[in-house]
Design a binder for this molecule. Structure first.
Ligand code: FEO
Length: 393
């Protein structure tokens, strides 16, 4: 438990050991579930709770602070890593009301079976007075569920945006003390969680741009006492700008596809195109997602298994399709033994990507001279496309 500013405390929990979120997302640096207590001159509010596995930490922090009454539990987002201890909070503080917008209220009832009469419903822009402190609620949908809203604490100029601007980082420092490290973790978090909602986030950034913000206190990771750093990073990530980069994600069974990948990587390097290569059998999908934030082109490499794509390559295609990066171009390279529909299958898995498909290169068996020539032609085509976007230096 730490004080952020007078009468504003971080009362959440650090989860140093968690290594997976949603049974999907790697957490190499653990995470934190940030909850904040705001003591006004008349009322006390708790902003969010913690993951159910850390309820005791939250309770202990509140006891340490001597909190004998909570009037409002503001639940910005119904996902259980923030809402999962609300029922226990209501047991501990039976007079407390849960403050949520209508969508979040409905989801909290669905997910946590909270009684309807426990709620105070608030709308976008509405305020709630704690006496000498005023909570202003701001709907910021799809960061990362549709119901998400944030709170702006007017007198202290602190924005509490829940997942928005967060990072999965377990660290002892309350505030950002290592911007490059937090940038990396926040970018990973954006890539894994927020990227599909890029255009909506552009609107959310627009919505908060006129607020005077001294601090951003998200629900994961450290507090930003220099908020411009993370707001500028988000502006870059959600912009339409792409970089002169190719993400090449591949799997190979008997080295034919691997040989093509090696040749193709060299061909791209010779053309001064940055390549980020991922062997899908060992890669951290968070790193792959991060690379997709900026890359102009995605190339998937796959052998043909029976009649279709290697399932691991299909998984990468499904993941990219779900993450909806701003990638402009895509292609496929790989190999086959006696036929199949590997290319058609992969292209059918990425309908959400608004990409121009560049001519795939598929070798029969081990790649021959004509296949290497085709790879050079694909590298040339990528260079032309990137040059037309003005991103080649
Ligand atoms: Fe950190 Fe979407 O919950």
């Amino acid at each position: 438990m730490r004080q952020i500013k007078p009468n504003i405390y971080a009362v959440g929990a650090i989860d140093w050991d968690r290594r997976l979120f949603d049974e999907l997302i790697p957490l190499p640096d653990g995470t934190s579930y940030n909850a904040y207590l705001i003591k006004g001159s008349e009322k006390t509010a708790l902003l969010d709770s913690v993951d159910p596995t850390k309820t005791e930490v939250l309770m202990s922090n509140l006891v340490l602070l001597g909190v004998d009454r909570i009037d409002y539990i503001v639940s910005h987002h119904a996902e259980q890593d923030h809402s999962g201890a609300i029922q226990d909070m209501l047991t501990l503080y039976p007079d407390a009301k849960v403050v949520a917008n209508p969508k979040c209220k409905a989801m909290l009832i669905d997910l946590l079976c909270i009684d309807e009469d426990k709620f105070v419903t608030v709308d976008d822009g509405q305020t709630l007075s704690l006496g000498d402190k005023t909570l202003q609620f701001i709907n910021i949908p799809w960061v990362h569920w549709p119901e998400t809203f944030g709170t702006y604490l007017r007198e202290d100029k602190i924005l509490f945006p829940c997942d928005f601007f967060g990072s999965h980082l377990a660290m002892s420092s309350l505030f950002v003390d290592d911007e490059p490290r937090v940038y990396e973790a926040a970018k990973r978090y954006y890539a894994e969680i927020m990227m599909p909602f890029r255009t909506i986030i552009q609107k959310n950034l627009e919505k908060i741009k006129d607020l005077q913000i001294d601090m951003i206190a998200p629900s994961h990771g450290p507090v930003y006492d220099r908020p411009k750093f993370i707001v500028d990073a988000y502006r870059d990530w959600v912009s339409d700008n792409v970089k002169n980069e190719v993400v090449l994600a591949y799997v190979s069974m008997h080295d034919s596809t691997r040989k093509m990948v090696e040749y193709f990587v060299e061909a791209l390097i010779e053309r001064n195109i940055t390549v980020k290569q991922f062997n899908l059998t060992v890669t951290d999908i968070g790193q792959l997602a991060m690379a997709l934030v900026d890359a102009a082109t995605l190339v998937l490499g796959s052998p043909t298994v029976l009649t279709g794509a290697h399932p691991v390559a299909a998984y990468a295609a499904i993941l990219a399709n779900a993450l909806r990066p701003k990638t402009k171009f895509a292609s496929i390279i790989g190999s086959y033994g006696w036929g199949g529909r590997m290319v058609e299958q992969i292209t059918g898995l990425i309908p959400n990507l608004k990409v121009e498909l560049l001519e795939p290169v598929v070798a029969k068996g081990y790649p021959k001279d004509s296949d290497f020539t085709a790879l050079d032609e694909l590298a040339d085509a990528i260079l032309v496309k990137h040059s037309e976007l003005g991103i080649v230096k």
